[in-house]
Write a protein that binds this ligand. Structure first.
Ligand SMILES: [Zn+2]
Length: 394
């Protein structure tokens, strides 16, 4: 609440959360002691619908520079390690060039080394780093810190080896999450979905996947492998999907599909050894705008899938994100096809929104959401490390 509405007072907290003002005062005293929040003179009510009243009151706000989170974005497009503050602003970052994706371990070692260097050079209080978020194109079990499988990287269940390689360098809690889920969580906490409790996020890049959020939680399904819309049936193509079929959405509404139609693929089958080639070539095509027609058509191919998601789940919004999804021409292609063929806008069943958060920022925001703005906050550790500074401030 304090993060969402700076200026929230103790009595606002008490009435919104249903506990006494005394309890609110005690809890806020603890948050102050942990260096998480600070008081300031807030000019009246900051909530919507209420007119500002003249007298200033004591409001609460997050102290951005007293909590930090590390993000690791494992990607063939833009690999990065970063540190964000409690407001979600990136304070330091480091690109990871040409990471090896042969095995989870070999990749993890390169990212771990980048995190070590970043922490060495970053001007942040290391004691105040609360955790690490990892975002990658894989289905994961965050509770067990495991990669379940990745069709994109060609990895099977890693038994937690990726995360244990990271922990060898830095022993902090880790949350490892599929990139679509990480983006959905980031949009929910800091972006377009702040007011939404039920929405879907489609991540389009070389392939396409989705994340479903209901009642502010990721829907994982019975197996932990949900959101595989890349294998929805679409138009037959000359290409072959990782599943062996030639009519998957992965071959139509994606970067892989665009490259295929441009004749830029050596082989019609997706090959894990060529991830960097797919990513680099697609970025080139998008930035040069040499194939706007094909990019727009690829977007249009996504429309039936989004219509299905909309009708099945009744979301408040569908966010289209990712290196391809956030491209203006692709997004326009999706939107126009939905308006033309599926009546998007007429009865306003859901809003179609372009992603506001870049993939490389989502990993650190995932860590912040998981280890700061949740019941997994390690309060005792924060109190211990806050003590010297708060006494110095008097
Ligand atoms: Zn498929």
């Amino acid at each position: 609440m304090i993060e969402r509405v700076p200026g929230t007072s103790r009595s606002d907290l008490a009435s919104a959360l249903g506990f006494s003002e005394m309890a609110a005062t005690r809890i806020v005293r603890e948050l102050l002691a942990a260096g998480l929040v600070e008081e300031f003179e807030s000019p009246g009510k900051t909530r919507k619908k209420k007119r500002s009243v003249g007298r200033p009151k004591t409001g609460l706000r997050i102290v951005p520079a007293r909590i930090f989170a590390v993000g690791i974005t494992v990607s063939a497009y833009h690999s990065e390690v970063s540190i964000c503050d409690a407001a979600g602003e990136i304070r330091a970052n480091r690109m990871v060039l040409n990471p090896p994706f042969e095995t989870p371990e070999s990749a993890a070692r390169v990212y771990a080394e980048a995190v070590r260097l970043l922490i060495e050079e970053a001007d942040v209080d290391l004691e105040r780093i609360i955790g690490i978020g990892i975002a990658l194109s894989a289905r994961t079990d965050p509770d067990r810190c495991e990669i379940l499988r990745s069709e994109y990287f060609g990895w099977a269940n890693d038994g937690g080896r990726f995360c244990s390689e990271i922990r060898k360098f830095i022993d902090l809690p880790i949350e490892i999450e599929n990139i679509a889920n990480a983006l959905a969580i980031a949009e929910m906490r800091f972006g377009a979905a702040r007011e939404a409790s039920a929405f879907a996020l489609v991540h389009a890049a070389t392939f396409v996947g989705a994340s479903i959020v209901s009642e502010n939680r990721i829907v994982r399904g019975a197996t932990g492998v949900s959101g595989l819309i890349g294998h929805f049936r679409s138009t037959p193509t000359e290409l072959t999907c990782v599943c062996g079929r030639s009519d998957c959405l992965n071959l139509n509404a994606t970067g892989f599909g665009v490259l295929g139609r441009l004749g830029l693929l050596d082989e019609p089958s997706f090959d894990n050894a060529h991830l960097s080639y797919y990513a680099g070539t697609l970025l080139e095509v998008l930035s040069n705008q040499t194939a706007t027609g094909l990019v727009s058509e690829a977007g249009a191919c996504l429309a039936p899938a989004i219509d299905n998601i909309g009708k099945l789940l009744g979301p408040e919004m569908v966010i289209v994100s990712g290196q391809l999804g956030s491209d203006a021409i692709y997004f326009d292609g999706v939107k126009r096809a939905l308006e033309t063929h599926y009546d998007l806008g007429s009865d306003a069943a859901f809003r179609l929104v372009r992603g506001t958060i870049r993939p490389e920022r989502s990993a650190a925001l995932l860590a912040l959401h998981t280890f700061c703005y949740s019941d997994r906050l390690d309060y005792d550790r924060l109190v211990d490390t806050a003590a010297p500074r708060s006494s110095a401030r008097g």
